[in-house]
Design a protein around this ligand. Sequence first.
Ligand code: VGL
Ligand code: ZN
Length: 179
Amino acid sequence: MARALIVIDFQNDFTPGGALAVPQGDEIAARINELAESGHFDLVLATRDWHPSDHGSFTEQGGPWPVHCVQETAGAELHAALDRSRIDVIVDKGQDPKTEGYSGFEGTELAKLLRGRGVDEVTVVGLATDYCVKNTALDALREGLRVTVDSSAVRGVNVEPGDDERALDELRAAGASVD
Ligand code: VGL
Ligand code: ZN
């Protein structure tokens, strides 16, 4: 069986200076690269939040978020500090204008990809702890995978203070191990 590292939405718009910046979101780069280079993983994937310009999660469409990660824009590009040479596959998500698309499994080939490579264990890192990391890790558990979240390689939006810690608690309760 095989292990995969899933790097969630480590994109310019989610890092300081971006449209939906996660506080200290850029600080996780070194740990992510270290994991990607560690030799521990058979497959390294990166997801991108990849929205059409009229996506329903944008405030102008009645959603909760400022416009972010619009397909083909600089804000949607992977952060420059991420070592691209270690990324085997990029999975774009959030393309359906009518759903939030927080999970990397939602409307993508991710489950099929992991099954095809015999992956039974995933480590989830990236942005943001309280949205896309959480929802991807919960879906991975539902897929029957063993799930680890590396808490030094995630950061939360924290719309309410403590949202990131509550997300990690929810993940532990659902069966993930949080390192
Ligand atoms: C995310 C809010 C909106 C995330 C994506 O990547 O966690 N959060 N879209
Ligand atoms: Zn989004």
